[in-house]
Design a protein around this ligand. Structure first.
Ligand code: GRF
Length: 192
């Protein structure tokens, strides 16, 4: 992708469904001079997403779009993205699967963070699976979004060691800390 350091930042939307700690982290990152992105839009599929509070805190426009009907929802989202001239999408705990059609329109411009060392443990309950399988390591991955869930090209990963005393909660917490380092690093990697 083209170098953007020193040029205009790429207008980015972050899609969330929950707490939004990655959203907050990406917003903070985007405010740095050397960040290649600016977060200009927050999309959530639910008004209950706690992360929506960062819209007001950081003065970033938010749109809540119900995904009851996928096709209608994606059309709305697409129009919001056009309106705001969004060129890059970061999924951050977004719990809906985007359609082939939508992904094609933003080919190579949608990335996601996933709490496992992909290709291991696609989908949900990744921490539980890693503990139950007595894995020595767990971690997180940032990857391009393609039409197959959690299967696009991996951009970067970070590992954590699973200790004997780790529970699903403690492991999730440890991995989330790594996610906050990984997501900005992966974005920098794409744009460098
Ligand atoms: C993160 O663990 C992310 O990897 C996964 O969903 C969680 C979202 O956390 N996709 P938050 O909403 O960013 O705090």
């Amino acid at each position: 992708m083209k170098k953007l350091i020193g040029l205009k930042k790429t207008k980015t939307a972050v899609f969330i469904s929950g707490t939004g700690s990655n959203l907050k982290n990406l917003i903070k990152f985007s405010k740095k001079k050397k960040s290649p992105i600016s977060v200009d839009l927050i999309i959530s599929n639910t008004r209950n997403a706690k992360g929506l509070k960062y819209s007001r805190k950081y003065n970033i426009q938010k749109k809540i779009v119900s995904f009851e009907n996928n096709k209608i929802a994606e059309k709305k989202v697409f129009n919001f993205l056009l309106e705001k001239k969004i060129k890059f999408i970061c999924l951050a705990g977004f719990m809906k699967v985007l359609s082939k059609n939508f992904i094609k329109k933003f080919k190579g411009k949608i990335i996601n963070i996933h709490p496992s060392l992909l290709p291991k443990y696609k989908g949900l309950n990744t921490h539980k699976k890693a503990i139950e399988n007595n894995d020595r390591f767990a971690g997180c991955s940032v990857h391009f979004v393609t039409t197959k869930v959690d299967a696009g090209k991996i951009i970067m990963q970070k590992k954590v060691k699973i200790e004997k005393r780790d529970t699903i909660t403690s492991l999730a917490k440890k991995i989330l800390k790594k996610e906050h380092l990984l997501y900005p690093a992966a974005i920098k990697k794409i744009y460098n």
